[in-house]
Ligand binder design. Structure first.
Ligand code: BG6
Length: 492
């Protein structure tokens, strides 16, 4: 595995722990090796020491960082002996000839099977792929594979995503490209398809006849955490929506694939994203709310105004919160709105898909008990992974009074989960050549196409509403729902 950007945040916060966890579970071959590539000059030992110190140290813990458990100490030792480093600039052809020689030395004649992982700033994606190809490093011969994992964000709008797909497509066959979206490594995201398709009870009601609307939430308590330079240019919409939130939308809304093979699953996902209705600028303006956090407290911790975060412009109008309304124009979903929201420095961490069913008619309970509340099926992705169903029960007592109750399934109650940050399964899949849980080129382009009008509307600086850190976001997001006679689920 060759990691471009081996000195970066992603490599140490997520890839190294994931590799430890994989090693711990016996998921890596004895002959496995990691070759880190980055611009800083250092040797193999210094690279390994740096990673080891980070994994053991206090570091910047929290969301987005994952440390191997104590039990993984043996796995780290195993991995440490397999870490190598190659200094070089990503844009220098000499880096690639040195890399070729190094691969021969480490992987034997021809360099062996190689997974190139681009854990680098997005501006390098196209360039690195072209240089790898020019150096002959992406050629698959004698049954050896050459695959490239490309991190997000894949483009910054439709045009750039298309251009990147085209550049990559000139150098690699599609079967060699693994566009990673780490949400697809999360157990509960994978469980969406199992919940829907392995149970007789859900799929028959999974349509517009029974579902009123869908709410997809990715609420975070963290702020920009030192990523101001990147984030202030990206914003919540680009950072989360076409990738993570659209993956959740696709898994929730896709038709049943004929098989669980990669091609079948990816084709259905792309098809439903293609069916997301394209909105005019005035529709996009009416169907979106953008917010930016102001000073406040999150979990008892003081949070500064977003505009005072390091490397954020003092007059930034980048959104740290966005709420959007989409519709999908097909037989299953016509008339069922999908409301998406995501934000930073909010009251609670909550990543979930809530399916709100149509209300039962209220005439039976009438004036005494009032109309029954609508049932909601919640697919909870984070932090307490599980599935729950909110429904009505009779409150004990002489009168027929309704009370909302919940049936809860929590993963932790049933399964002893191995420590994982989601990258384990994706790395493993990329190594065994299973692209099912990776985004296809078309799917990504359709997502950008659907988001494009919102990007344009987002350039209007006047439309960013302040919200207090530690709140549930700007109140205008509530108005977006109230207008349709609906309300967001409380977060957390
Ligand atoms: C990343 C975004 O892709 O996903 C971050 O760039 C975000 O801004 C993160 O915090 C959320 O992922 P998770 O797994 O912590 O929910």
């Amino acid at each position: 595995m060759v990691i471009f950007g081996a000195g970066g945040d992603l490599a140490k916060r997520l890839l190294a722990p994931a590799l430890c966890n994989l090693a711990e579970g016996g998921g890596l071959d004895e002959a496995f090796k990691v070759l880190g590539v980055d611009h800083k000059a250092k040797g193999d030992a210094a690279f390994a020491d740096g990673l080891g110190a980070f994994l053991r140290g206090p570091g910047a813990d929290g969301e987005g960082t994952s440390r191997p458990t104590k039990a993984a100490a043996a796995a780290w030792k195993w991995l440490e002996e397999r870490l190598f480093y190659q200094a070089g600039e990503f844009e220098d052809p000499a880096t690639y000839s040195a890399l070729a020689a190094r691969l021969e030395a480490l992987g034997g004649e021809g360099g062996g099977n190689v997974l190139f992982y681009l854990a680098v700033a997005p501006r390098f994606f196209g360039d690195i792929v072209e240089r790898l190809a020019a150096a002959g490093l992406t050629r698959e011969a004698n049954a050896r594979f050459r695959r490239v994992v490309i991190e997000k964000p894949f483009g910054t709008d439709l045009a750039s995503a298309k251009a990147l797909n085209a550049r990559v497509g000139k150098c690699l066959d599609e079967h060699q490209v693994y566009r990673i979206d780490h949400f697809l490594g999360k157990e509960t995201v994978r469980n969406i398809l199992v919940t829907r398709f392995a149970n007789g009870v859900f799929e028959p009601v999974w349509n517009r006849l029974h579902i009123d609307h869908v709410q997809i939430t990715a609420s975070e308590t963290v702020g920009v955490e030192g990523r101001g330079g990147y984030y202030d240019r990206a914003g919540a919409l680009r950072d989360m929506v076409p990738s993570h939130l659209f993956q959740l939308l696709a898994m929730t809304a896709m038709e049943t694939p004929n098989t669980f093979e990669a091609d079948a699953v990816r084709a259905e996902k792309a098809r439903v994203v293609e069916a997301v209705q394209l909105q005019s600028l005035s529709e996009a303006s009416a169907n979106s709310v953008r917010g930016q956090y102001r000073v406040g407290r999150v979990n008892g911790r003081e949070v500064a105004d977003y505009r005072h975060e390091p490397r954020v412009a003092a007059r930034s109008h980048t959104e740290t919160y966005v709420a959007l309304k989409f519709t999908i124009d097909n037989w299953r979903w016509a008339g069922v709105p999908f409301y998406l929201r995501t934000g930073k420095a909010l009251a609670a961490r909550d990543t979930s898909v809530a399916i709100r069913f149509r209300r039962a008619p209220g005439h039976l309970f009438g004036p005494v008990a009032g109309p029954p509340a609508a049932n909601t099926l919640i697919l909870q992705i984070q932090p307490h992974e599980g599935v729950s169903l909110a429904f009505e029960a009779k409150r004990p007592g002489p009168d027929v009074e309704l009370a909302p109750v919940r049936m809860d399934f929590r993963y932790a109650d049933y399964f002893a989960a191995a420590p994982a940050n989601g990258y384990e399964t994706l790395l493993y899949d990329a190594m065994i050549g299973d692209p099912t849980q990776f985004a296809g080129a078309r799917e990504i382009e359709f997502a950008w196409r659907a988001v494009e009008p919102f990007l344009q509307v987002g350039q209007d600086a006047g439309k960013v509403h302040g919200y207090a850190a530690g709140s549930a976001g700007p109140r205008q997001a509530d108005d977006l729902m109230a207008r349709d006679g609906r309300a967001w689920r409380p977060i957390g």
